[in-house]
Structures are given as C-alpha cells and as structure tokens.
Ligand binder design. Structure first.
Ligand code: KIV
Length: 293
C-alpha cells in the first residue's frame, strides 16, 4: 500500500475528482469513498467532507419520493435531482444513475439519455445496472466519451426478477456468472463497478481479478471503495434499513424532536420571540395610525 494520497480528504479547495483518480486509487490501494445525494445542501456537505464521488442514485425513488421500489423513477426525476446536486458539489465525481427503462429499450435511447445527464444536469458519468445483457449499451455510451459505472449483484431495478431485495452470488454457479459479468463489463469499458449485496469473499476475489475499481455496498471490505445510501447512513429513512448499513446518526429522531419542540413553542406562544420579530419605529407606527384614520 502506497503512502501517496491521491486526493486529500478534507482540503477546502481540493481538485476535481476524475475517473482516472479512481483508477489511481485502486493502484495505490487507497479506498474510494462514495455516497448518494439528491439535493443541493446534502451534496454541499458531502463535497465539503472530502468524499470522492457522489451518486445521484435512483434510490431517491424510495428514500425521497416514497415509492416501494426504484421502478417508477423517471429520467425527469433524475435530472431534476442531479441538477441540484451538481449546483452543490464542485469537486466530487458526480455519477447520475440511469433509471429503469431509460437504457433497456434501445442502444440509441440509452446513449441519448446518458448524454442528458452530462448535458442537462452537470453529471460527470452515468451508472447502469446489469451484466452481459448490457454490454452493447455500455460500449455505445462509452464510445461517445461518457464514463459508465457498472452495477452487479443485487440490482434493484430487477427486484421482481430477483424475487425481492436479496443477496446475490451465493451459489457457485451464481458466483461464476457474476465474475464473468464483471469481466464482460470491464471489457465493454466501464470505469468502475458497484457490487451490491454479494458475499464478501466473492467481492474481494472479483476486485482482485479486474483492473477497474469495485465499489461495494453490502459486499465487504475487500472492494476498492464503498458506497452507502446517505439517508441510511444518517438514519433519515425509517421504513427499512439493510443489514449492511452502518448508521452514523439518527436524523429521523432529531427531526422528530425539532418538529415537536416547534409545535410546542408555537402552541404555547414561546415562538416567535422578540429576537425573531421585525421592528417598526414608534414614529412610523404613529404615522401609520394617522394614515388609516
Ligand atoms: O440507487 C442507488 O443509490 C444505488 C446505490 C445503492 C449503489 O444504486
């Protein structure tokens, strides 16, 4: 492991993170950090913390828009949130997640939609789910100069085909297929690969077998980087938290506390107090009284 730091993690004016830096971090054995964001203030805070990359994930369908799964999320939803994120984050590598049916119908549509993330929403790269069945689409998008991040293992857009949000690659044959898909995506040109909810020993093996960095979520410590859904990390999403999440805060409880205190303050007339109030001089007030007589 090298002692050279590819990107300083807390510098105020750090350099823009690039896909090349992802590759260099893997070569130096330096973990890549990634979180999701869907809005301006969260993107700003993540960027300021020095996180390498922000994924505008289609998980926003569940944690922000309240859907049961990610399938209803549209290109317009994604672009709307991606624009807000790109206004807030100037250094992190920004990855826009291609939503369900934005890249499955035809290669042309996939390329056009990938382009919209860069042209209309300030993203630096796109991510899409799937293995061998997406190789042509990956090749075509990469061929236009747009960096693509792959996503294997638990691919939430296939939730109905997978029979639920369940871990993948747990049998010898499934593991072999996953390894093959990783090689196929690497050959097709992805710059990085998300491995979601797969056995740690398989994720570590794949990470060693391919030259592009793997980003794990529920895939153990052997990946080249880690990503989490920010709402899970912050404890903002109460409905359900996957086993692999480490919760660093309980913002849902904090919000609840703040809202009930506000309610109490308003009901008991403790808020607004004098310091929250706009004043008017006595002279102006007297003149006003005369004006309305
Ligand atoms: O949509 C998302 O947030 C994702 C991550 C879980 C990798 O795809």
């Amino acid at each position: 492991m090298s002692t050279t730091t590819i990107s300083p993690s807390t510098s105020q004016q750090r350099k823009k993170v690039t896909t090349l830096m992802f590759r260099q971090k893997k070569e130096h054995g330096e973990p890549i950090t990634m979180l999701t964001a869907y809005d301006y203030p969260t993107a700003m805070a993540i960027d300021k913390a020095g996180i390498d990359s922000i994924l505008v994930g289609d998980s926003l369908g569940m944690v922000v828009l309240g859907y049961e799964n990610t399938l209803p999320v549209t290109m317009e939803d994604m672009l709307h949130h991606a624009r807000a994120v790109s206004r807030g984050a100037k250094s992190a590598l920004l990855v826009g997640d291609m939503p369900f049916m934005s890249y499955q119908v035809s290669v042309e549509e996939a390329v056009r939609n990938a382009g919209r993330f860069l042209q209309q929403a300030g993203m630096d790269a796109v991510k899409l789910e799937g293995g061998r069945e997406r190789a042509d689409v990956v090749r075509a998008i990469v061929g236009t100069g747009i960096p693509v991040m792959g996503h294997l293992g638990l691919t939430p857009q296939s939730v109905h085909q997978l029979g639920g949000f369940r871990a993948q690659g747990k049998t010898a044959s499934a593991a072999k297929r996953l390894l093959e898909d990783a090689h196929i995506l690497e050959e097709a040109g992805v710059f990085s690969l998300v491995l979601e909810s797969v056995p740690a020993r398989l994720a570590e093996y794949i990470s060693k077998q391919i030259s592009i960095p793997t980003i794990g979520i529920g895939a153990g410590a052997g990946c080249d980087g880690q990503v989490l859904v920010t709402h899970d990390l912050l404890g903002l999403f109460e409905r359900f938290t996957p086993k692999f999440v480490k919760q660093y805060a309980n913002f849902h409880a904090e919000m609840n506390k703040a809202f009930t205190e506000y309610l109490d303050d308003v009901e008991t007339k403790r808020f607004p107090a004098v310091e929250h109030t706009v004043e008017m001089s006595d002279d102006e007030w007297d003149m006003f009284q005369k004006e309305i007589k």
